[in-house]
Design a protein around this ligand. Structure first.
Ligand code: FCB
Length: 449
């Protein structure tokens, strides 16, 4: 019996990103990215893991598309590696790199799977970092040129484009805390990097509209839900700052053509340089918003937590504990995020472009994983999406993170997010119980009891 049925045409999918699965880091004239440089520098990543081989998707693309089709996915979200296509970030185009994505798109379409193509999942070409990286305003223009190259090649077949993934993470983990590539710890650079990432998004949308390519274009942001740790004024204020930093700072420029004033007053001299007309570029109409949801945070005032003086702790629904990442599990937070997008930002069409979890998977002797915890996680979050739709949020689709286990950035290959297991010795892929469950969900267009 179907417990929750989703609207007709609801888009079901799964997501990956280039650096996390492709490998072939220097093959066919690919340029070096900041993640290549970062992982090749000792002590940046747990266990010294790198994406040099990853899931070897670059060489197993056809097999992977067959897998995607066998799971009944309606869409597959992947990203394009900028330095694979434009090795130095600007200038010469690498046709071999483009060919790979061209074949991937054709393969997906032949298998009746809609490609959802993301232009940027954190792989800035190292050559551009060498001239300052995202804090350098010119990066936005170089990104727009790269976007045009990709639109020109794939725009006749791709109908759903994402300009970039999680600008907040790229800016604040890359240039603020230094946890991610390029590993810089300087919040002034981070705020400037964010502004230029948003500008790059807007410039790419401009290029897309000017070129009259068919289809839809949007941006993906990771949105968490925030609750104050108490009703004390200092906790409520800290929680508000955290919301402005992680949500309003991203959606404000896009949907309201402004940054949150409170946040900018708080960060004072770290404020980015903004030129006249920037918000008209950033705030152009988009066709959808992609929402990645993983976390709900309980926020308290803490003088030791720069730059916001706000401490965030994970919130879990009763009985859930934490995932392998140390993150809480709170499906109600996803509903809250979707309703906030509806109420505060004008109810744009939304795809949940990432949601998923890493739990310690235990394969049996055949390599099969009975990941009931992941199934419960996904079911809980799908109920939350359904609740949000019932309450009027315009949610058009849901994509699991991730199609397969992969390189989880600074944490290397430890956390496994896939609904398909990857044996990193043999690179064999085996769908987990959750993949079989998800296939049923898709076939029924709903969750069964
Ligand atoms: C998101 C990233 C994705 C993956 C998941 C777990 O922030 O977009 O690449 O690492 O987290």
């Amino acid at each position: 019996m179907i417990e929750r049925e989703f609207p007709e045409g609801f888009v079901w999918g799964a997501a990956t990103s280039a650096y996390q699965i492709e490998g072939a880091w220097e093959e066919d004239d690919k340029g070096e990215s900041i993640w290549d440089r970062f992982t090749h520098t000792p002590y940046h990543v747990d266990g010294g893991d790198t994406g040099d081989v990853a899931c070897d998707h670059y060489h197993r693309m056809q097999e992977d598309v067959a897998l995607i089709a066998s799971l009944g996915l309606k869409t597959y979200r992947f990203s394009i590696s900028w330095p694979r296509v434009v090795p130095q970030g600007r200038g010469a185009v690498n046709e071999e790199g483009l060919d790979f994505y061209d074949r991937l798109v054709d393969e997906l379409l032949a298998a009746d799977v809609v490609p959802t193509v993301n232009l940027f999942h954190w792989e800035l070409p190292q050559a551009l970092q060498d001239v300052g990286g995202w804090p350098n305003r010119e990066c936005a223009d170089w990104f727009a040129e790269y976007a045009r190259v990709v639109f020109d090649r794939l725009g006749d077949r791709v109908r759903r484009w994402i300009t970039g993934n999680e600008a907040r993470v790229a800016a604040f983990l890359g240039y603020g805390s230094g946890l991610h590539a390029p590993g810089i710890c300087d919040y002034t650079q981070a705020y400037q990097a964010l502004h230029h990432l948003l500008l790059a998004h807007g410039r790419a949308v401009q290029v897309f509209r000017e070129g009259a390519y068919p289809g839809e274009i949007g941006a993906v942001h990771d949105l968490a839900h925030f609750v104050p740790a108490s009703d004390r004024a200092e906790d409520v204020a800290a929680c508000h700052r955290a919301y402005e930093q992680d949500v309003a700072q991203l959606l404000g420029p896009i949907f309201k053509k402004c940054y949150p004033e409170g946040l900018h007053a708080w960060i004072g001299p770290m404020k980015p340089q903004i030129r006249e007309g920037d918000f008209d570029i950033i705030g152009q109409a988009i066709d959808f918003l992609g929402v990645n949801y993983y976390k709900t945070h309980k926020v308290s005032f803490d003088i030791g937590q720069a730059p916001l003086k706000a401490r965030s702790e994970p919130v879990s629904a009763p009985g859930w504990g934490r995932t392998e990442m140390g993150w809480g599990v709170n499906p109600a937070g996803l509903k809250a995020v979707l309703l906030d997008v509806k109420e505060t930002y004008g109810n744009p069409p939304v795809y949940v472009t990432e949601n998923g979890c890493a739990f310690p998977d235990k394969p049996d002797e055949r390599g099969f994983v009975e990941d009931w915890a992941r199934i419960n996680y996904l079911r809980g979050h799908l109920r939350a999406v359904h609740d949000a739709i019932q309450a009027g949020a315009d949610v058009r689709g849901y994509l699991v993170w991730s199609l397969m286990d992969n390189f989880e950035w600074a944490m290397g290959y430890g956390p496994r997010f896939g609904i398909v297991r990857v044996d990193y010795e043999t690179l064999v892929r085996i769908p987990k119980q959750s993949a079989l469950w998800y296939r049923e969900v898709i076939a029924n267009n709903g969750i069964t009891v």
